[in-house]
Design a protein around this ligand. Structure first.
Ligand code: EPZ
Length: 431
C-alpha cells in the first residue's frame, strides 16, 4: 500500500505542546547543490534536510559528473571535479522545479546544457521563458527539440542587463549563478528578494564571486573564474515555510509551543498577522513561541484577509496552511493568491470537510469561520497543500487518512515524528 498518514482529530481541544526544531530549508539546500557546478574544489553543505528533493537533486548532479556523498546525517560533500556538459536526466528533472536552477551554473561552467521542462508542484503553468530569455541575452543559443531544450554558449556567456517582466525566485537564482562565470557584468532588475537569495550570494562571494545587491530588486554580478570554497561549508538556512507551518499549527492546536532553530525575521508578516488575529505569539533570536493558548477558543481568533506576495510579503507557500487557520477564525476573509493561478484548488477538499469556502476566481477565495471540520480520506495534491491537509485533519473531529504522503516528504523531514513529539496523533502507514 502506498504510504499514507493516519491522523486523529484533536479539536476542540489544544493538546499540543513542547518544542519543535526546524530543519534546513528545501529551497536553500537545492540551490546550494546547483551552485556546486560553479566550483573547482570540493564543496561541503551543512544543515541539509533529509527530504526526497535533496536525493533527487543529488542524483541529477551525479548524471552530469558531479559526485554528491553523505558526510554526516545532515551534511553533504560535493566533488564537481568531473562536471561535464550534457543533459539533465529527464525523469528526475521532471520531478522537481529546482532542476531548472542547475541549468545556469552548468551552462556557465561547461558551455552547454540540455534539459526538459522542469517538474514539481502542479500549482500553475510555471513557464520557463525568463530562463530562456536570460540565457539568450547572455549570448547562448536556445533550441527546443521536442520536449527537450538545448542551450549552448561555446564561446562562454557574456554579461547582460536583464529586466525580469515578472519576479521569479528560481530565475533570479539561476541567472545570478550563470553570471558568476560570464565575461563582464550582468545586472538583474526586478529580481526576487527571498532570504535564500542573499544567503546564497553571500556564500558565493566568500568563494570568489562578485555579487552586489542580492536581497534587493537589483543585483549586479561581475563575472570571473570558477569558485573555490576553500573548505568553508555552506550552511542551509532554517526552513521559514516549515517554521511558519508550525506557528499556524501552534496557533490552532497548542497550549504552548516553542519553535526552535528558525529566523523569525523571515516570518515577520505571518507573526504580525497571527498577533493581529489574537494569537499569543512572540519571537526572539532563533525562536518563535506560542504560550497560554490552551484556554483560548479558536473562534476567538479574528479572521483577516491574506494576499500572497513576493518576499517580504506573505509567502505563497504558507497560503494553504493559513487558509486552514481562517476556517477556524471568526469572520469572513479573502485569500488572494497573486503568484500562482492553480494554487487554490485544494480548498474544495476543505469544503468537503465542512469548511465554508467559495472560489471567486482561480486567484481568490472567500473563507467564513469558524466552521467545524470532519475527518475524511484526502489525497494531498502538492507539498504545501499536503501539509495543510494534515493541519485540517488535526483540527477536525474524527479521524482522517492522507494519501500521497510522498508529496509531503518532498519538503518536510520526518513530519509525523515532529508532530508526534509535540503530542499529535499522526501515524505513517504502508510501505
Ligand atoms: C519558487 O518557485 C519555489 N520553489 C516555490 O516553492 C515558491 O512557491 C515560489 O518560488 C514562489 O515563492 C523553489 O525555489 C524550488 P517563481 P519558482 O518563478 O521559482 C512565473 C515549494 O513548495 N514565472 O518565483 O518556480 C510563475 O509562473 C515551492 O517549495 C514565469 O512566468 O516560482 C509564477 O506565476 C512551490 N516565467 C511567478 O513567475 C518564468 O520563467 C513566480 O514564480 C518563471 C516564473
Amino acid at each position: 500500500m502506498p504510504q499514507r498518514l493516519a491522523v486523529k482529530g484533536l479539536a476542540p481541544r489544544k493538546p499540543l505542546e513542547g518544542t519543535v526544531r526546524i530543519s534546513g530549508a528545501k529551497n536553500s539546500a537545492l540551490k546550494a547543490l546547483a551552485a556546486s557546478a560553479l566550483f573547482r574544489d570540493t564543496l561541503r553543505i551543512e544543515n541539509v534536510p533529509a527530504i526526497e528533493d535533496v536525493t533527487t537533486m543529488s542524483a541529477i548532479l551525479g548524471g552530469v559528473g558531479v559526485a554528491v556523498s553523505s558526510a554526516g546525517p545532515h551534511e553533504l560533500e560535493i566533488d564537481p571535479g568531473n562536471v561535464e556538459a550534457g543533459g539533465l536526466n529527464t525523469e528526475l528533472s521532471e520531478r522537481i522545479r529546482a532542476s531548472i536552477v542547475l541549468t545556469g551554473p552548468l551552462l556557465a561552467r561547461t558551455g552547454s546544457v540540455s534539459f526538459p521542462h522542469p517538474g514539481g508542484d502542479v500549482i500553475g503553468a510555471r513557464p520557463i521563458d525568463l530562463f530562456l530569455d536570460g540565457f539568450r541575452a547572455m549570448g547562448a543559443g536556445v533550441v527546443s527539440r521536442g520536449a527537450i531544450y538545448e542551450v549552448n554558449a561555446p564561446a562562454g556567456l557574456v554579461g547582460a542587463d536583464i529586466f525580469f517582466r515578472i519576479v521569479s525566485v528560481t530565475a533570479t537564482e539561476t541567472l545570478m549563478m550563470a553570471a558568476v562565470l560570464a565575461k563582464g557584468t550582468t545586472i538583474l532588475r526586478n529580481a526576487a528578494m527571498e532570504p535564500e537569495i542573499p544567503h546564497l550570494a553571500g556564500f558565493l562571494n566568500a568563494s570568489g564571486a562578485d555579487i552586489k545587491g542580492a536581497g534587493t530588486p537589483t543585483i549586479t554580478i561581475k563575472g570571473g573564474f570558477p569558485l573555490r570554497s576553500k573548505g568553508a561549508p555552506f550552511t542551509v538556512l532554517p526552513d521559514r515555510i516549515e517554521a511558519g507551518s508550525f506557528a499556524i499549527i501552534g496557533a490552532l492546536l497548542a497550549d504552548s509551543l516553542t519553535i526552535k532553530n528558525c529566523v523569525p525575521e523571515h516570518l515577520a508578516i505571518l507573526i504580525e498577522m497571527l498577533k493581529a488575529s489574537g494569537v499569543p505569539i512572540t519571537s526572539a533570536k532563533d525562536t518563535i513561541s506560542i504560550m497560554d493558548n490552551g484556554k483560548r477558543a479558536n473562534r476567538s481568533s479574528r479572521s483577516l484577509d491574506v494576499r500572497t506576495h513576493e518576499y517580504p510579503g506573505f509567502a505563497t507557500d504558507l497560503q494553504a496552511p493559513m487558509t486552514v487557520f481562517l476556517t477556524q477564525a471568526s469572520g469572513e476573509a479573502t485569500v488572494f493568491e497573486t503568484i500562482f493561478e492553480g494554487r487554490l484548488n485544494y480548498t474544495q477538499d476543505l469544503v468537503g470537510m465542512g469548511a465554508d469556502i467559495t472560489m471567486g476566481n482561480p486567484h481568490e477565495v472567500r473563507v467564513r469561520g469558524p466552521r467545524p471540520l470532519s475527518g475524511r480520506e484526502l489525497h494531498g495534491p502538492d507539498i504545501r497543500a499536503g501539509l495543510a491537509y494534515v493541519i485540517a485533519a488535526m483540527v477536525a473531529e474524527g479521524d482522517s487518512v492522507i494519501n500521497n504522503v510522498h508529496y509531503i516528504d518532498r519538503g518536510y523531514e520526518r513530519i509525523e515524528e515532529k508532530l508526534a513529539e509535540i503530542g499529535a496523533k499522526v501515524e505513517r502507514q504502508g510501505t
